[in-house]
Design a protein around this ligand. Structure first.
Ligand code: SF4
Length: 364
């Protein structure tokens, strides 16, 4: 056995270990970047320059940061990485303009994002957690259990890396991927703020939607903090009993408490809340459900988004098309707008409620 290869292996392992221990710059705001630059006795305007390189120019290497002095670029590179995620697989959807992106975290876990194209609208669905603790009965992500909250960098890096893979600019972001965004509240808001920052990504606040299953204390906090991002709430039932059937979280945050939180949000926001309603065969799809919804929401400022269920091989089924149509027709006289989301990407398990890391997918 030759000694040389062993030495080479050790060196490369050490190099890999030191790379992994570097901190990612993506996810830091201007003030945090200025703090880092102060370590190198750099003036604060360098923070703004670095911010623009990360979020506006979206560079992948320190070398590309033209107006940053080469000594500083070298110093930064020794201690920091730019990205916090590694893109390891992209799946395109046959016949639909939908693609799914699989990322690996530095700590080894994996998360997914989905890019959807509909006319001029290019929407990125981002994950906020690895797995989810909420345990909605119809959702593929819940089968993973909860593993960890994503950092701000791990959330924003999904946007930065997918934006490079997208032919057209991303126009909208929805926090509807893996995880419950309001159980990772501070980081989700910080990531949305970075997406919205006019010196960086500059995505309009109305183009960012945060979707929650109904964590009422956080809905109240969100309302009180007066964030301008759109809010979507998963209703998925026309009564407390019906919600409880598929969403155990309804026990902790019952429907009357959720409706009070929705009213509180409406009193603080100029924008109506969107209520998501997953239509599951013989669970939530009856005409009585439609009538109860009309009563429940008649005096509320809201929109109802009906989502025919995307099957994941479990006990819940998508209603027949004629049942979906009857349900929509029964809502014809609703005092609130009703839309139907014919989910995209179901052939690659990228539809709503279908995100879960499958081993076969990971190993591709
Ligand atoms: S639907 Fe959302 S909140 Fe419910 S288990 Fe799935 S990821 Fe979690």
């Amino acid at each position: 056995m030759s000694c040389a290869p062993i030495k080479d292996n050790r060196n490369s392992l050490l190099m890999q270990a030191s790379l992994e221990s570097k901190i990612a710059l993506v996810g830091l705001n201007r003030r945090e970047l200025e703090t880092i630059l102060s370590e190198f006795s750099e003036p604060s305007f360098r923070g703004q320059q670095l911010f623009k390189w990360l979020y506006r120019s979206r560079v992948d290497s320190f070398e590309d940061m033209g107006n940053i002095p080469s000594v500083l670029r070298k110093n930064l590179e020794e201690k920091y990485n730019i990205h916090s995620l590694k893109l390891i697989h992209v799946t395109g959807s046959t016949g639909e303009s939908t693609r799914k992106f699989l990322f690996e975290l530095q700590s080894g876990e994996k998360v997914e994002s989905v890019l959807m194209k509909e006319g001029k609208r290019i929407t990125l669905c981002v994950s906020s957690q690895v797995g989810c603790a909420v345990d909605c009965d119809f959702c593929a992500t819940s089968s993973m259990g909860f593993q960890k909250n994503l950092s701000v960098g791990e959330i924003i890096d999904q946007f930065l890396q997918v934006s490079k893979e997208s032919i057209s600019p991303i126009t909208n972001v929805v926090f509807m991927g893996m995880g419950e965004p309001f159980l990772n509240y501070d980081r989700v808001i910080a990531a949305a703020d970075l997406m919205n920052d006019e010196n960086g990504i500059k995505l309009g606040a109305k183009r960012i939607t945060i979707s929650t299953v109904g964590i009422t204390p956080k809905i109240n906090r969100y309302a009180d903090e007066k964030h301008r991002y759109k809010l979507a709430i998963s209703l998925n039932g026309s009564s407390q009993e019906s919600r409880l059937q598929t969403m155990p979280i309804a026990k902790k945050y019952p429907l009357d408490e959720l409706l009070a939180a929705i009213d509180h949000f409406s009193s603080r926001s100029r924008h109506p809340v969107t209520l998501e309603y997953v239509l599951m065969a013989e669970v939530t799809d009856s005409k009585e459900d439609a009538e109860k919804l009309m009563t429940l929401l008649s005096k509320r400022r809201c929109k109802l988004n009906v989502i025919p269920y995307n099957e994941i091989g479990g006990k819940y089924k998508r209603p027949e098309d004629h049942v979906i149509e009857s349900f929509i027709a029964a809502l014809d006289k609703a005092s609130f707008p009703v839309t139907v989301r014919w989910s995209k990407g179901t052939d690659i398990a990228a539809g709503c409620g279908q995100l879960a890391i499958m081993e076969s997918f990971v190993n591709k």
